[in-house]
Design a protein around this ligand. Structure first.
Ligand code: NDP
Length: 248
């Protein structure tokens, strides 16, 4: 129960990686706020499961890509527990298209949810971390934020932006016992990847030395480590969780 007494906000925790992360942090004793945008039933199911593991949990509505949504989500957490110690900026969407056909709307939607959401939530939550002189921010980037990817200019730009945001926050908060790190997943089997064709899935698999796709729990383990006291001296880093797909 190494996170007992801590309160965590996981954005986009109704499904996929966020869900696995919320459940993992709950098993470690943290109070967990399960943020969602469009899936209240799924979020409530995560809350029920997290509560079953002994921690307190709360479903928190809010489109984190908007100021109003981010404020509502953070306020719901602080109204309930009076603090935020751990923020996992996980909410993300894709709107894949080659640049020539990539609409401004799809550019904005992806940048707002994936990047602006992390800026808004970090700004709001860090006030509480600064007050308590302890904090952990983990931004969920992607290996395509490192490599780029044809058809994902909006997504790759947002995920690369998260790496710059992470390093800047690490520098701003480093002396305050607050760390900011990024996790860059490779190919993880969730709803986001479920729609990809068998041809693409096979091509990706051929690039993974581990010879398997990742599971949400693989990513949740890395996040759980980064938010723990064991990772107190790790700051501003990017941890790839990709079975060896991208090596620097
Ligand atoms: P899923 O599609 O399975 O889940 C996305 C989650 O984000 C859902 O809980 C969804 O909630 C939530 N969400 C979407 N938009 C918003 C919003 N505006 N405000 C709040 N919540 C929102 O995706 P994954 O679990 O696969 O992805 C999680 C993160 O990991 C994303 O940032 C993604 O880019 C990143 N990632 C994923 C990889 C993969 O292979 N799966 C690889 C690399 C990175 P709701 O249903 O309520 O809208």
């Amino acid at each position: 129960m190494e996170l007992a007494g801590k309160t965590a906000l996981v954005t986009g925790a109704s499904r996929g990686i966020g869900r696995a992360t919320a459940l993992k942090l709950a098993t470690l004793g943290a109070n967990v706020a399960v943020n969602y945008n469009r899936s209240p039933d799924a979020a409530n199911e995560v809350v029920a499961q997290a509560t079953g593991s002994g921690a307190e949990a709360l479903a928190v509505a809010g489109d984190v890509g908007t100021r109003e949504g981010a404020e509502a989500a953070v306020k719901a957490v602080t109204d309930r527990w009076g603090r935020i110690d751990i923020l996992v900026n996980n909410a993300g969407i894709t709107r894949d298209m080659l640049l020539m056909r990539l609409s401004e709307e799809d550019w904005d939607a992806v940048l707002d949810t994936n990047l602006k959401g992390a800026y808004l939530c970090s700004k709001l939550a860090s006030r509480h971390m600064l007050r308590n002189r302890w904090g952990r921010i983990v931004n969920i980037s992607s290996v395509v934020g490192i490599t780029g990817n044809a058809g994902q200019a909006n997504y790759a730009a947002a995920k690369a932006g998260l790496l710059g945001l992470t390093k800047s926050l690490a520098r701003e908060f480093g002396s305050k016992n607050i760390t900011a790190n990024a996790v860059a997943p490779g190919y993880i089997e969730t709803d986001i990847t479920a729609g990809l064709s068998e041809e693409i899935r096979k091509a990706v698999l051929a690039q993974i030395p581990a010879a398997r796709y990742g599971q949400p729990e693989d990513v949740a383990e890395a996040i759980a480590f980064l938010v723990s006291d064991r990772a107190a001296y790790i700051n501003g880093q990017t941890l790839n969780v990709d079975g060896g797909m991208v090596m620097s």
